[in-house]
Ligand binder design. Structure first.
Ligand code: NDP
Length: 251
């Protein structure tokens, strides 16, 4: 056995930058054909070109909002039409709208829950159809340690990421008999656009609490995804893999 994914096809949401981009590149490097989705055409095309330049014929870009009606069904239908199958789904698209609860608007709440949770629901429901036919599937939901511990200013985000863990466990028990596994990854602080805007004082405070004394890289999250997609993880389902450099250990 090895970590190769030759002959597999994958769909990664939020693949235009950060963790999603690293996951898409990692899966392509492992031999999978990878469909990519984000709202910004130029950046999703850039990632598709990056994959195609090394691995011709292995990238398929899509543009859209994960929570848009009918989009998930259309994207999955196009992938299965072109590639004949969909084996791996990575629900990675996510946003933050951080503010203290008393100042949080309904729009702040709805936009975060729609993208982080409803988007994962819509894409999982669509992907399960081909996966059930194939009797093989791997679904990876990118949650967060905020969904385990809670976090000041992130009532909406933490709620969405905690719900994603409960969603993961439910999909795992509903789909186990079809040889479809569903797991979550809970990253800690990873160097991406999402954490770029954090105040220096917040970063300093976090660094003191991270056992490994540094932020993680998007690639270090992608390695976890690759493992969970591989045959090495064939008996792992309904679990949460925490990739946080020890931030939550000892809390
Ligand atoms: P980024 O902000 O760097 O990237 C987010 C990606 O999601 C982009 O490709 C963005 O593209 C896409 N996206 C956002 N909203 C939508 C939408 N409605 N529909 C389709 N695509 C969308 O974030 P990260 O890479 O840091 O985060 C990736 C995931 O990891 C998220 O779920 C995040 O919550 C989670 N995470 C991140 C952590 C971190 O420290 N960075 C820690 C814990 C979890 P576009 O704007 O073009 O649509």
């Amino acid at each position: 056995m090895n970590l190769r994914l030759d002959g597999r096809t994958a769909l990664v949401t939020g693949a235009s930058r950060g963790i999603g981009r690293a996951i898409a590149l990692q899966l392509a490097e492992a031999g999978a054909k990878v469909a990519l989705l984000s709202r910004t055409e130029a950046s999703v095309q850039e990632v598709a070109h990056a994959i195609e330049s090394y691995y011709p014929g292995q990238a398929l870009p899509f543009v859209g909002d994960v929570a848009a009606p009918q989009l998930a069904d259309k994207v999955v239908a196009q992938i299965t039409q072109l590639w004949g199958q969909l084996d791996i789904l990575v629900n990675n698209a996510g946003i933050t709208r951080d503010t203290l609860l008393l100042r949080m608007s309904e729009e702040d709440w709805d936009s975060v829950l729609d993208t982080n949770l409803k988007g994962a629901f819509l894409f999982t429901r669509a992907a399960l159809k081909p996966m059930m036919r194939q009797r093989w599937g791997r679904i990876i939901n990118i949650s967060s340690i905020s969904g385990i511990t809670g976090n000041v200013g992130q009532a909406n985000y933490s709620a969405s990421k905690a719900a994603l863990i409960a969603f993961t466990r439910t999909v795992a028990v509903e789909m186990g008999s079809r040889n479809i596994t569903c797991n979550a990854i809970a990253p800690g602080l990873i160097e991406t656009d999402m954490t770029q805007s954090l105040a220096d004082s917040v970063k300093e405070y976090a660094l003191q609490r991270i056992a490994l004394k540094r932020f993680g890289t998007p690639e270090e999250v992608a390695y976890g995804v690759l493992f969970l997609c591989s045959e090495f993880a064939s008996y792992i389902t309904g679990q949460v893999l925490v990739i946080d450099g020890g931030l939550t250990t000892g809390i």
